[in-house]
Design a protein around this ligand. Structure first.
Ligand SMILES: N[C@@H](CCC(=O)N[C@@H](CS)C(=O)NCC(=O)O)C(=O)O
Length: 204
């Protein structure tokens, strides 16, 4: 039994952690949940993730939920993979900004676009401001490349990159050359390819 166990539904947001685990290169086990069967609301699963959501990651006795928190944790816990910016490095501030921008701004902007509210809230009330600004900020950040932090691929690219990839696939993220070039760079990563192949196999 591996020290790391991913509670996963295939494909879903837990696929982002599957990719992250492939980037980390440590052995892991998968516990597959079927969302359509309501596995995520069963008492044994709610005991580890009371939100009734995937992913959940167990590392020895530590249980972590929330995609971005899991990716941050893994990058810090296994620094030999080179996916974090360590504490004490000024650039860590920018790295953390992107890790929070994913679930805090980019994803809510995309989800609100996909399922619009009856009444548009005031811009000041929305953490992401407005859709176009959120998209522009990320497009500018990935334009130079190859990665958000420059030459170093980090956990922030897993979080933001996954959002761009699925958002583009479902036509929720605008088609922009910056996004497609970045998505292509991600698609060329062996770890992303391994995760995708594994996910397809699991879904089947
Ligand atoms: N904020 C959570 C979101 C997780 C989430 O919404 N997961 C979806 C799958 S994509 C889920 O478990 N849905 C099942 C349900 O809500 O019943 C995270 O970032 O981990």
């Amino acid at each position: 039994m591996a020290d790391l166990t991913l509670y996963h539904a295939s494909p879903s947001r837990s696929s982002i952690v599957l990719w992250m685990l492939e980037e980390i290169g440590q052995p892991y086990d998968i516990r597959l949940l079927k969302l359509s069967a309501g596995d995520q609301h069963k008492p044994d699963y709610l005991a580890i993730n009371p939100m009734g959501k995937v992913p959940t990651l167990k590392h020895k006795d530590t249980v972590i939920t929330e995609v971005a928190a899991i990716c941050t944790y893994l990058a810090d816990e296994f620094p030999q993979a080179g996916l974090n910016i360590p504490v004490g490095t000024p650039r860590r501030g920018i790295y953390l900004k992107w890790l929070f921008f994913g679930p805090g701004c980019f994803e809510p902007a995309v989800i609100d676009r996909a399922a619009p509210r009856k009444e548009e809230p005031r811009r000041a009330m929305l953490g992401y401001g407005d859709f176009d600004t959120a998209m522009n900020v990320v497009a500018k950040a990935v334009a130079k490349g190859p990665w958000l932090m420059g030459e170093q691929f980090t956990a922030a690219d897993v979080v933001i990159g996954a959002n761009i990839r699925w958002g583009t696939m479902f036509k929720l993220v605008p088609e922009r050359p910056e996004f497609s070039a970045y998505a292509q760079r991600i698609a060329a990563r062996p770890a992303a390819q391994r995760a995708e192949a594994k996910d397809k196999q699991l879904a089947g």
